[in-house]
Write a protein of this length. Structure first.
Length: 146
């Protein structure tokens, strides 16, 4: 097996791990943001709930149904933004969008970079972006206290 094939296998394993054992599925106690997202092309549906406090995403939960790409990306997204400021989450969101557009992201994305192969299948890019665009809606709709 070539090193490229080994890397592809590792990427598949990370994506499947997040699909089979999604992270942050529970509804956060005291969630103050709730937003739903749908990909009508393939029928994926997600509900994202956040507890945003003091400009930080203190807790996050993502529930839904969909394909392995959609749910894996959502699971990875919850891990990436939990505990971050809303500004840091927005920057990660933009970097992930850049990755999906085929551009070099402005910041390090860690395991999220395993989803770069989705770009080869343009119809699946919306699957990878569903949780992220749902997060974007939630952050735009959240009004900080004060």
């Amino acid at each position: 097996m070539t090193s490229l094939e080994q890397l592809d296998e590792l990427y598949r394993e990370i994506i499947l791990d997040h699909y089979k054992k999604p992270r942050n599925r529970a509804v956060p106690p005291a969630a103050n943001v709730k937003v739903e997202g749908t990909n009508p092309l393939c029928g994926d549906d997600v509900t994202l709930e956040l507890r945003v406090d003091g400009g930080f995403i203190r807790d996050i939960g993502l529930q839904g149904k969909g394909c392995s790409i959609s749910l894996s990306s959502g699971s990875m997204m919850t891990e990436a933004v939990k505990g971050k400021t809303t500004a840091e989450a927005a920057a990660l969101l933009e970097a992930f969008k850049e990755l999906m557009r085929g551009h070099e992201p402005a910041s390090e994305l860690g395991d999220l970079e395993t989803l770069a192969g989705v770009r080869k299948f343009p119809v699946r890019v919306k699957c990878a972006l569903l949780a992220w665009t749902t997060l974007e809606q939630g952050l735009k709709g959240h009004k900080p206290a004060g």
